[in-house]
Design a protein around this ligand. Structure first.
Ligand SMILES: [Zn+2]
Length: 273
């Protein structure tokens, strides 16, 4: 009886110590997995970290495991943004890269640090590009577009002396250009007024000449109409003359005289009529 009890006690002790050994072994294994997980996260090997965490979870599914799952997911997402940013830098799309890298959360610690270094590079690349684009617009007098470009540069780095100097030079050139345009407009207006006056004067002269011409025509007609007008002509000449002394008749031997009708000519002499 006494022996039996002793045996049971020994068996119980054995079972307890086995279970203690076993549980301490499992605890050790769990901790081992968890430290592997941390190491893999820091190495950004997230898929491997997940596998190690699954192994740990099989031993113990506690809050620590759940927290680690969240940390892996968070870091994996942040790292994805970071690699997308790097791809954009490779494609020299620094604008988009800058935007992408700025999305990274400060809690992502070393990823955030790396991203910040890349952001500095993006800014260094972008500033001269923006200034250059602004310069092209400035050269073609597209001031609004030039401002918008240089303001993009200001938003990247509002203390950059080169950027601020360039913005000032846009201001100066715009003012000068506007003044120049004003002067051109004034000169144009003056020229238009001058042309208008000139035209009016020419019109007036033309009108006067027309009146004079009409009067002369009237005179000639009235001269022509009168059959009584006494004129002179030669047999072969085509015109009639008002006087036998007309220079065009100086070499003519035969000079007739009478009315226009009698002369049978229709053309009054250009010299004497
Ligand atoms: Zn004549």
């Amino acid at each position: 009886m006494k022996n039996k009890k002793g045996l049971i006690a020994i068996i119980i002790i054995l079972i307890i110590s086995c279970s203690i050994i076993n549980s301490s072994h499992k605890e050790k294994q769990f901790n081992n997995y968890m430290s592997q997980v941390d190491k893999l996260i820091s190495e950004k090997k997230y898929d491997e970290a997940k596998k190690q965490l699954d192994s740990a979870k099989n031993i113990k599914d506690n809050d620590e495991v759940k927290e680690k799952q969240k940390i892996i997911k968070f870091n994996q997402d942040q790292f994805k943004i970071y690699t997308e940013g790097l791809d954009l830098i490779k494609k020299e799309d620094f604008d988009s890269a800058l935007k992408k890298l700025s999305e990274i959360d400060e809690k992502a610690e070393d990823i955030k640090e790396n991203a910040d270094e890349k952001i500095v590079i993006c800014k260094q690349k972008l500033i001269p590009i923006k200034i250059n684009e602004a310069k092209k617009f400035l050269d073609s007098k597209e001031f609004d577009k030039a401002y918008s470009k240089i303001n993009e540069a200001v938003s990247i780095d509002d203390k950059n002396k080169q950027v601020l100097d360039f913005k000032n030079s846009i201001n100066t050139k715009k003012t000068a250009y506007e003044e120049e345009q004003k002067q051109i407009a004034i000169a144009k207006k003056e020229e238009e007024d001058r042309i208008k006056k000139e035209k009016a004067r020419e019109d007036e002269i033309a009108k006067q000449e027309q009146v004079k011409e009409e009067q002369e025509t009237q005179q000639v007609l009235s001269n022509n109409i009168s059959d009584e007008t006494h004129v002179y002509w030669t047999p072969k000449g085509k015109s009639y003359h008002s006087s036998p002394g007309c220079p065009t008749l100086s070499r003519s031997k035969t000079i007739y005289e009478g009315s226009i009708q009698e002369s049978g000519k229709f053309d009054p002499c250009d010299r004497c009529m």
